[in-house]
Design a protein around this ligand. Structure first.
Ligand code: DGI
Ligand code: FE
Ligand code: FE
Length: 193
């Protein structure tokens, strides 16, 4: 397998994303690498996952839908109605593989599930999901200081807290909840008992 150049990925993301999204991407990559150090995960894999996690975020809705359809990925009714919020994750995992040369299944799954999570996530999947939520530029999420501290201590507890806060936020704004977000919450709530 050809080695992926982090420098090339950075440059590609700088041209593919708007400036704000690019800054977020760098922050997620470094935060994911930090969490990887603490939790015994390969830091390079965490950096690559962070660098590419939102690679499809700036594409038009129709493009996100067509990438998923072409690659035989299931699209839920809710995803179809919220392509930018939800489908950029699935479409991003396709592009990470086909356009940016990532072959590692764990990295591809981390990107694919970075928005909804899924039951029984790998450590890298959890780290990317959490890094996306706690990176230093994020300012508006509730309980951020608490969640940031927890992230360096207990990944499962942190996931559950983020999922709980995300579901409350979606409920308060009338956002449609994807079945996978709900399943992930139920899974991590059950194993916390
Ligand atoms: O791409 P980002 O903005 O960096 O972050 P993200 O990919 O984690 O999530 C994008 C948005 O999706 C975020 O505001 C939370 C939201 N989200 C997570 N689960 C669901 C959801 N939105 C809807 N409508 N339904 C969900 O189940
Ligand atoms: Fe995202
Ligand atoms: Fe993100």
């Amino acid at each position: 397998m050809k080695t992926i150049s982090l420098k090339k990925l950075r440059k590609a993301m700088e041209s593919e994303l708007n400036p704000k999204r690019y800054e977020h991407t760098l922050a997620v990559a470094y935060t994911a690498a930090n969490l990887a150090m603490v939790h015994g995960v390969d830091t390079r894999n965490a950096t690559i996952a962070g660098m590419l996690h939102d690679c499809a975020k700036c594409l038009p809705d129709q493009k996100l839908i067509s990438i998923c359809k072409k690659n035989s990925l299931d699209i839920s009714e809710i995803e179809l109605h919220n392509p930018s919020a939800l489908l950029h994750a699935k479409a991003g995992s396709v592009l990470a593989h086909k356009k940016y040369g990532v072959n590692d299944e764990d990295i591809l799954n981390a990107i694919k599930y970075h928005t909804t999570g899924r039951p029984n996530m790998s450590k890298l999947e959890k780290i990317l999901y959490i890094a996306d939520y706690i990176e230093p530029d994020r300012k508006h999420a509730p309980n951020l200081a608490q969640v940031r501290r927890m992230a360096y201590q207990d990944l499962d507890k942190t996931l559950l807290k983020i999922l709980d806060d995300t579901l409350s936020y979606l409920n308060s704004t009338g956002g449609q909840i994807d079945p996978m977000t709900k399943k992930t919450y139920e899974y991590y709530n059950n194993i916390s008992k």
